[in-house]
Design a protein around this ligand. Structure first.
Ligand SMILES: [Zn+2]
Ligand SMILES: [Zn+2]
Ligand SMILES: [Zn+2]
Length: 89
C-alpha cells in the first residue's frame, strides 16, 4: 500500500489511542456506527465515513483537526483529511 504522508502525519510523535471504543457523538444521539477513528489533535473517538453519521470527517471539517487514526483493533494506520494522505505504522 502506498505511503503518502504529509506534514501533519510527519509531525505525529505519540499516537493518541481511543479511550473508549465508541463514537462519542453517536452515543449522545443513540445512533450506531460501523468503524471508529480517533482524532489525533484532541483524542476524541468518532465514527467513520461508512457510518450513517460520519462523525469523524464532520469533526475534522468543523474543527480543522486534520489527522485521524483507526481505532479498530488490529488496524494500524493514520489518515489526513486535509491532504488525503494515508500512512501505515
Ligand atoms: Zn496533512
Ligand atoms: Zn458517530
Ligand atoms: Zn479533534
Amino acid at each position: 500500500m502506498a505511503q503518502e504522508t504529509c506534514p501533519h502525519i510527519d509531525a505525529l510523535t505519540d499516537l493518541k489511542r481511543a479511550s473508549r471504543l465508541e463514537c462519542e457523538e453517536c452515543v449522545k444521539i443513540g445512533a450506531s456506527w460501523v468503524h471508529l477513528r480517533t482524532c489525533q489533535t484532541c483524542g476524541g473517538t468518532r465514527c467513520c465515513d461508512d457510518s450513517p453519521n460520519r462523525h469523524a470527517s464532520r469533526h475534522a471539517r468543523a474543527t480543522g483537526h486534520p489527522v485521524i487514526s483507526s481505532a479498530e483493533p488490529g488496524e494500524r494506520w493514520v489518515y489526513c483529511f486535509q491532504d488525503e494522505a494515508f500512512a501505515e505504522y
